[in-house]
Design a protein around this ligand. Structure first.
Ligand code: ATP
Length: 423
């Protein structure tokens, strides 16, 4: 039996039900008949799907569907006005390019599938469009790579990371992106201005690693990449967009929303870049706008999900080690209270600096680096993250929480300004 809030919703073809889950309780939903998808992920026919508090999403149907909902929502409404047909047209043109690459007789290393960079203001629906393009491609049997450069609201793993992962099947909207094959670099801050030089360098590292990966993997190369960027599109943010487009040798830049100035500026600044196309697409009216406090809450939740799981189903391990068991480093001379970046202060943004262990590590999220030597930290990916929960100066011990029961795979930890507080 279901609660009194259980209800059926009939969706006409090409319409969507937009839902914002309540702040405190989850929501259950199931497909009764027809076909429906959440950002390109087809809802299964059997069973309920549970959505965690605060999640905002749309259930869209191409041909009509009936769904059943159990639980109250913060907000929900049906809309027939969606840009989905335009988004699907982009997917179809990417499919044509992928097939062309597979049939090409050119040398296999130089022929590449589409490299799509999605840009736009904050809350223009960039990550959502990226998910749709990836899910539709995976459903058609391709294995595109998702590149996540959005350190503020990361999709693959915790905030403050620059990462990539191959998509082998449509991504469950609740569980999120698979982490098992992800390449993750730790920037350590939610704002690129803290260390612009490091952000650029990590983007270049990731591009280099993917190039290497694609050179030996024809399927991934033909499937191409979808690259999500930050909503920071002015000043330094704009120069970082140009840098990402060039570094990943983009073939298509999608600008979301009515961003005429951005489109014109990008076209002007990239006019010498060969084979680069631009597309200005409408933003969906369903995209949920998030103020800076809400973004902070989402960042904190994202880290919580890393440790506890989206549905709170993971075991978290608390461990204590001696100060001498770990070495903590920071990259660049950033100062948390300073409004100027290391670069602006004339310091080397890539300098690897040993950090003294003391109370300032409390609640900090540290990455576990695979680097064997400190000078390899920037070029090495990270194994995962821990959060420092106690620093005992007298006993020279730190206590941290980890999603893994195993010993730390490396002694080298990276610190930034990212913190996590239990909610
Ligand atoms: N059609 C829709 N209906 C309901 N919610 C939606 C819809 N499209 C997007 N959303 C929600 O709106 C929020 C913002 O969308 P999204 O993350 O794609 O924007 P963004 O441009 O990537 O944001 P950012 O500025 O952080 O980079 C997300 O929670 C997403 O799930």
């Amino acid at each position: 039996m279901f609660g009194p809030q259980t209800r059926r919703v009939k969706l006409e073809k090409q319409s969507e039900l937009r839902i914002q889950v309540q702040r405190t309780s989850p929501l259950r939903l199931r497909l009764l008949d027809g076909k429906a998808e959440i950002f390109g992920y087809e809802l299964p026919h059997e069973g309920w799907v549970t959505f965690p508090p605060l999640m905002t999403f749309a259930v869209f149907t191409w041909y009509g569907a009936t769904i059943e909902i159990d639980g109250d929502t913060e907000n929900e409404y049906i809309s027939c006005e969606t840009p989905m047909v335009n988004y699907l047209e982009v997917h179809n043109s990417l499919l044509v390019q992928r097939h062309r690459v597979t049939c090409s007789t050119r040398d296999s290393v130089s022929s590449q599938g589409p490299r799509v960079v999605i840009v736009g203001d904050t809350d223009s629906g960039k990550s959502t469009l990226a998910k749709m393009l990836l899910n539709w491609a995976a459903k058609d049997g391709w294995k595109p790579t998702f590149v996540d450069l959005n350190i503020g609201q990361s999709s693959i793993t915790i905030p403050g990371t620059v990462s990539a992962t191959p998509i082998r099947m449509p991504v469950d909207p609740v569980e999120g992106f698979p982490l098992d094959k992800a390449l993750v670099h730790y920037f350590g801050h939610a704002n690129p201005n803290v260390n612009l030089g490091l952000y650029r360098t990590l983007v270049e590292e990731l591009a280099r690693e993917l190039k290497e990966e694609f050179s030996g993997n024809a399927e991934s190369r033909a499937s191409g990449m979808v690259i999500d960027t930050m909503g920071f599109i002015v000043r330094e943010g704009y120069t970082l967009l140009l840098h990402a487009i060039r570094t990943f040798n983009a073939s298509l830049v999608i600008v979301l929303g009515q961003e005429e100035k951005l489109v014109n500026d990008l076209k002007k600044d990239l006019k010498f870049k060969k084979n680069l196309q631009f597309l200005n697409l409408e933003k969906s009216a369903g995209v949920f706008s998030r103020n800076s406090d809400f973004r902070k809450t989402l960042r904190n939740n994202n880290i919580q999900n890393y440790f506890y799981g989206v549905t709170n189903d993971l075991t978290v391990y608390t461990k204590t080690v001696k100060f001498s068991d770990v070495q903590v480093y920071q990259i660049g001379d950033f100062r948390e209270s300073s409004s100027t970046s290391a670069h602006q202060r004339g310091n080397n943004p890539l300098k690897i600096i040993p950090v003294t262990i003391d109370e300032h590590l409390l609640n900090k999220v540290l990455a576990i680096s695979y680097a064997k030597q400190p000078h390899q930290i920037i070029s090495s990916i990270v194994a995962g993250f821990v959060c420092i929960k106690n620093v005992d100066i007298g006993e020279e011990r730190i206590t941290y929480i980890s999603p893994s029961a195993a010993e730390l795979p490396s002694k080298t930890l990276i610190i930034g300004t990212l913190t996590w507080h239990v909610t």
